[in-house]
Design a protein around this ligand. Structure first.
Ligand code: PXG
Length: 295
């Protein structure tokens, strides 16, 4: 692998990537036992940092994992890692693994969780997709049932979503629509989904199995400011097929139009006016708010 100049936060120290190593006995690797967050940096500020930190502590609490740092310490470590890398635009990956321990599922045998902070860049879709919109494919792989694991836990086990992404790519698309066990639309593989019909906006409720996305919340706030009603309702693929516009939201994806689902054009097959306006508003918000980094 090519050497990088990345500086990584690992358990209290900021070290070069080549020195940022964790044990092969870490239960994050062995069992997907851990949690993560993806956060964006815009214009030297970390967007919605508090909301992301609240969510990672909630994910950890839900899986009985103690993050071995206070909220304020994790916040400072995140900001310091961004500053150490001199990043003014980019992406932060917080990863908390269960830590090393003997083989066997029992997490109580892992004395201490490990904290990893990576600050770098991420490109989910090619630049032209932000102009022309994404092609989506419905995936056979369903969102995990809440009876298996709460869809709100951003755990290190993202295999369902990886499988869905494979299906989307094999099906000739960039993004996959994931349904819940009942067949209602939940979200995409790493993004929340919205449609526009008769000038109003609709998105699956959290109870559909969608992640309570932080970009989703920001988009809903902006739409309300724009005077556009937003409804959280169960929807089927049919509702997407007959929508006027469709867009996706996510920290990595930002706000992006989706123009095809299962080879049917959505609306006229081009990013629509409400989506285009929302993309502008989101950029303005992201570039003017957030926790300032001290470089
Ligand atoms: N749904 C799922 C299943 C996600 O994992 C989102 C929606 C969007 O939520 P936010 O809060 O980001 O608006 C996510 C977000 C990565 C990566 O590689 C992370 C996500 C999705 C795709 C890639 O860091 N998580």
């Amino acid at each position: 692998m090519a050497a990088s100049n990345l500086l990584i936060y690992l358990d209290g120290k900021i070290v070069p990537e080549s020195e940022a190593k964790i044990s092969v006995l870490d239960h994050g690797l062995l069992y997907g036992d851990g949690v993560f967050e993806g956060i964006r940096i815009y214009n030297g500020r970390v967007f919605r940092l508090t909301e992301h930190l609240v969510r990672i502590y909630e994910s950890a609490k839900s899986i009985c994992m103690t993050i071995p740092m206070s909220f304020e310490e994790l916040e400072q470590a995140t900001l310091q890692t961004v500053a150490a890398n001199g990043l003014r635009e980019g992406y932060i990956r917080l990863v908390i693994t269960r830590g090393g321990g003997p083989l066997g599922l029992n997490p109580y045998q892992c004395p201490k969780a490990s904290v990893i902070i990576i600050a770098t860049s991420i490109t989910l879709y090619a630049a032209d997709k932000y102009t022309n919109g994404l092609t989506m494919v419905t995936c056979a792989t369903r969102r995990p049932s809440p009876a298996a694991l709460s869809p709100q836990v951003k755990s290190l086990n993202y295999l369902n979503n990886v499988m869905a992404k494979i299906e989307a790519i094999q099906g000739g698309g960039e993004e996959g629509v994931m349904l819940n066990e009942q067949g209602y639309v939940a979200e995409c593989t790493g993004d929340n989904l919205f449609i526009i019909k008769n000038g109003e906006v609709f998105t699956p409720p959290i109870s559909s199995g969608a992640l309570d996305g932080i970009t989703r919340r920001a988009a809903m706030d902006l739409l309300k400011e724009m005077g556009i009603p937003v409804h959280e309702v169960m929807m089927t693929r049919h509702d997407i097929f007959v929508a006027e516009e469709c867009f996706l939201t996510g920290t990595a994806a930002e706000v992006i139009a989706a123009v095809v689902l299962d080879r049917r054009s959505i609306g006229n097959g081009k990013p629509g006016p409400i989506t285009t306006k929302l993309v502008e508003k989101f950029k303005a918000l992201a570039n003017s708010t957030g926790t300032a980094v001290t470089y």
